[in-house]
Design a protein around this ligand. Structure first.
Ligand SMILES: NC(=O)c1ccc[n+]([C@@H]2O[C@H](COP(=O)([O-])OP(=O)(O)OC[C@H]3O[C@@H](n4cnc5c(N)ncnc54)[C@H](OP(=O)(O)O)[C@@H]3O)[C@@H](O)[C@H]2O)c1
Length: 269
């Protein structure tokens, strides 16, 4: 997709070393965005930066670091301030997960997932707000999940983090409404990325791992279209949309089905 909507727009993308973040960086690069790419793996970030430059991005910067380190978030915002004198778009794509029942999991797993998927996102947003307020139409994109709409078994920490993100982003959207800053929540379902290779705990297998998913590029294309149209919320996969719809119109049925999955649908390793 070649478009000029993002020409010279200053964009910070977290989780840009792989998956959805990487695909989003590439899609925005096609539109001529200026990019600051953040994730821990420097080599991969540099490969993505080269790819983005080839695709049309101008002045791509990389910042290797862990988002849960407040100094890294601070550094990202300072880079945008000193090199660009502002920020037009903040994209939060970094995220992690774990598989396993609550009763065999532990607090360390829960806290780490909440730190990466929720507190780091909140912290970076807080730091970036002054820059986003200084431009006419600042935007923030959160990559949430279908599991931020529907609780499933064997993924409780991740579900908690994405529900928190969804609720908090709704509040934030309403508070920023009068300040000209748009908030988009993207809730993908299963997407073919490295995500499931990086689980921080694996205490069982979940049935939806084997589900057909969509490509990160498809999520990125829909997200970029939604940014251009100033949408509030999108659900890139139809299976995910169906689950959210079913849990609204027939919550009892979905709760029954989830109960069955929780009891019998998965085998311990
Ligand atoms: N894949 C799915 O089925 C799916 C479905 C719904 C929602 N999502 C959401 O989509 C987002 C992207 O996930 P993905 O599927 O693209 O998986 P991915 O390929 O594993 O990408 C995750 C990204 O997050 C970065 N990251 C993880 N922890 C970090 C930390 N502490 N500090 C900085 N960066 C960190 C990783 O980079 P480094 O390892 O280099 O730090 C990587 O770039 C996540 O928020 C995820 O919850 C995924």
């Amino acid at each position: 997709m070649a478009c000029s909507t993002f020409s010279d727009r200053r964009v910070l993308v977290t989780g840009a070393s792989s998956g959805i973040g990487r695909a989003l960086a590439c899609e925005l690069a096609r539109g001529g965005a200026r990019l600051l790419l953040l994730a821990r793996r420097q080599e991969l970030l540099e490969t993505v930066a080269t790819e983005c430059t080839t695709l049309g991005a101008t002045g791509v910067m990389v910042l290797p670091g862990d988002l849960t380190d407040r100094a890294v978030c601070q550094q990202a915002v300072e880079l945008a301030q000193t090199r660009w004198a502002g920020l037009d778009l903040l994209v939060h794509a970094a995220g992690i997960s774990a598989h396993g029942r609550f009763d065999v999991s532990d607090e360390v797993t829960l806290r780490r997932i909440m730190e990466v998927n929720f507190f780091a996102v909140v912290n970076l947003t807080r730091l970036a707000l002054p820059l986003l307020r200084s431009v006419p139409k600042g935007q923030i994109v959160f990559i949430g999940s279908i599991l931020g709409h529907c609780g499933v078994p064997w993924n409780n920490e991740y579900v908690a983090s994405k529900f928190a993100l969804r609720g908090w982003s709704q509040s934030l959207r309403s508070e920023l409404h009068g300040q000209g800053i748009g908030v988009l929540l993207v809730s993908p379902g299963t997407t073919h990325t490295e995500f499931f290779d990086h689980l921080i705990a694996r205490r069982g297998t979940v049935p939806w791992n084997a589900q057909p998913g969509i490509s990160p590029e498809a999520v990125a294309r829909q997200t970029v279209r939604a940014i251009e149209r100033h949408r509030r919320e999108i659900f890139p996969n139809w299976r995910g949309r169906l689950l959210v719809w079913a849990s609204r119109v027939s919550p009892g049925l979905v709760a029954w089905w989830m109960g069955k999955l929780g009891e019998h649908g998965v085998k311990r390793k």
